[in-house]
Design a protein around this ligand. Structure first.
Ligand code: SAM
Length: 255
């Protein structure tokens, strides 16, 4: 069973800002959006589509065919209820099990799903098979600095404030069990070199690489070397500048 089909976990996920507000509630969307090519008339596959926010975006941008797959029945049901359109097909299927029909899609995207999968090489081989020559692959994952230690949480000071983010076992790739929304969730840590070199080895050319910050924070961080607390910022937002949480990559395939 998908971890997302656990009713308690799904109920907690439903309360997240990105579940309530869609892409407007996703802190990285202002960056990811710029990495997705023009979708007008394109065929797009979304791996781990969740509620289907990126699928409905693709449909609104004029995509001719959109397929969203997800392992969780609850997610697919939610996507069908919330983000349906005639050009979208939702399928309850694992990223590892999907058929990846040959030369069928112009664009493959995935948002925050690949860290649930052990082999990034298998993903790249499958994406290569299903993309047309010159196709685009755009995805986000939890950043390797974020996933390395495996607790999924800060080390706190005596006042309960985040003291630092632990980075440990960085080169030891594999299973981790961070606390996510109060649950022990299985994820897989991979190094930055694995993400980049696996893409290159499968014939992809990187076109953009982003470690996103909430809108506006990048400019403020640039003006401040980090030795002083940043003025007039909610602490939770300031903390986003203390360690990378996500990694966004876009790449083009040459077959
Ligand atoms: C953090 S959510 C992101 C959902 C969506 N892409 C978004 O950005 O709103 C991760 C999604 O990956 C899905 N997922 C996890 N493991 C998967 C797998 N092996 N195959 C397909 N989907 C998977 C989960 O069910 C969940 O919907």
């Amino acid at each position: 069973m998908s971890q997302y089909d656990n009713p308690d976990f799904f109920a907690s996920y439903k309360l997240m800002k990105r579940s309530q507000d869609g892409l407007a509630g996703a802190g990285e969307w202002h960056e990811l959006k710029n990495m997705i090519p023009d979708l007008n008339g394109k065929r797009l596959l979304d791996l781990g589509c969740g509620y289907g926010w990126h699928c409905i975006y693709a449909a609104q941008q004029g995509a001719s065919k959109v397929v969203g797959i997800d392992l969780s029945q609850k997610m697919i049901q939610q996507a069908q209820e919330t983000n349906n359109a005639p050009v979208i097909d939702y399928e309850c299927c694992g990223i590892e099990q999907y058929s990846y029909p040959k030369d069928t899609f112009d664009v493959v995207i995935s948002s925050l799903a690949f860290h649930y999968i052990a082999s990034f090489s298998d993903i790249c081989a499958n994406v290569k098979q299903t993309l047309v020559n010159g196709g685009d692959f755009v995805f986000s994952v939890e950043h390797p600095v974020f996933t390395a230690h495996g607790s999924g949480d800060w080390i706190y000071d005596e006042n309960g404030k985040p003291k630092y983010w632990p980075v440990d076992r960085y080169s030891m790739e594999g299973e981790r069990h961070p606390n996510f929304l109060g649950h022990d969730i299985k994820k897989y840590h991979k190094t930055l070199a694995t993400y980049v070199n696996t893409l290159i080895n499968h014939g992809f050319t990187l076109t953009k690489f982003v470690e996103p910050l909430p809108e506006g924070l990048k400019e403020i961080c640039t003006l401040n070397n980090g030795s002083e607390p940043l003025p007039d910022l909610p602490e939770a937002m300031y903390d986003e500048g203390r360690r990378p949480m996500m990694l966004l990559i876009s790449a083009k395939l040459t077959k």
